[in-house]
Design a protein around this ligand. Sequence first.
Ligand code: NAI
Length: 341
Amino acid sequence: MFVTTRSIASTAKRAFSTSAVSNAAKVAVLGAAGGIGQSLSLLLKQNPNISDLALYDIVNTPGVAADISHINTNSKVTGYVPENNGLAKALEGSNVVVIPAGVPRKPGMTRDDLFNTNASIVQGLADACAQYCPTAHILIISNPVNSTVPIVAETFKARGVYDPKRLFGVTSLDVVRASRFVSEVKGGDPKDIHITVVGGHSGVTIVPLLSQSGKSFTQEELDALTHRIQFGGDEVVKAKDGKGSATLSMAFAGARFANSVLEATVGGKRGIVEPTFVESPVFADQGVEFFATNVELGANGVEKIHPLGKLSAYEEKLVEAALPELKKNIAKGKSFVASKQ
Ligand code: NAI
């Protein structure tokens, strides 16, 4: 039975004026000087659940950290670069690690085109996490998420510390977009529009379940909205014209997801549900080990993976199209790690 997700409004509110988490938390951002990293760090500095904000990048974090550290909230901000064992220091004691490190798309590129560069970056950072904060909750933003999440899993396995409950691919932006895009077509406040998005995080693997929204759509609306939700990232890539992909909306979505993880894990709050790409039984029997659905978060991370719920015939076809692509993306991530061992 499908369980309804909580509202975008309540999650957004949680990101900015949250109930205090009893044990303050250390959060590390890896790639903190980038487009997403800086905005995300700014939002996390406003989060009262965080006591220590560790900002790591290969360049420029001293400046970003000095700047953000002047904001008059309680958390302590520290910038780290690779010199002087910076990565280890950033990670030690972290409860949550958010990873937006890596190159973004340029016009005409798919997320998979980023694989060659980002796979190595993510693997290196994951290996450091496995050594210095093996029990932290790891939130992967770096693309291609469908492959980078399996890369992290395999890297943790190689160090003997993999816990599937603590690894998350961040797909929140797809849900944020879906709610906004549907509101533009159907009217209403996006905070009241709840769209479940499942699958993965690229093109046809992004599957919005519009039939579960409680709204009715013409076939033309369904086609247009589904396409816009699947390829919404391209609108930003095109508009930025070679200067990158979504950073501000991604930072918003990432900050919201990080806060939900903090509230559930450090704060002990129950019943928080977020969409996320995790190791999942939903299509494991078809060889698809990772899949995004709504996931209830708990003290140890993934508490309960929700099933898909009732699908329309249209959505069944979308899922059918997503599965082979996902399988390929996951296998690519896994074989990348295997080839390095
Ligand atoms: P950016 O180029 O502005 O920033 C990336 C940062 O990563 C740079 O500051 C760079 O120095 C840093 N970096 C590179 N190698 C590193 C390493 N080994 N250790 C630490 N930091 C390192 O890129 P942007 O726009 O912030 O995007 C970052 C990633 O997020 C891209 O892969 C992009 O495709 C992805 N993304 C994911 C989304 C999602 O929904 N999951 C949405 C939008 C972007």
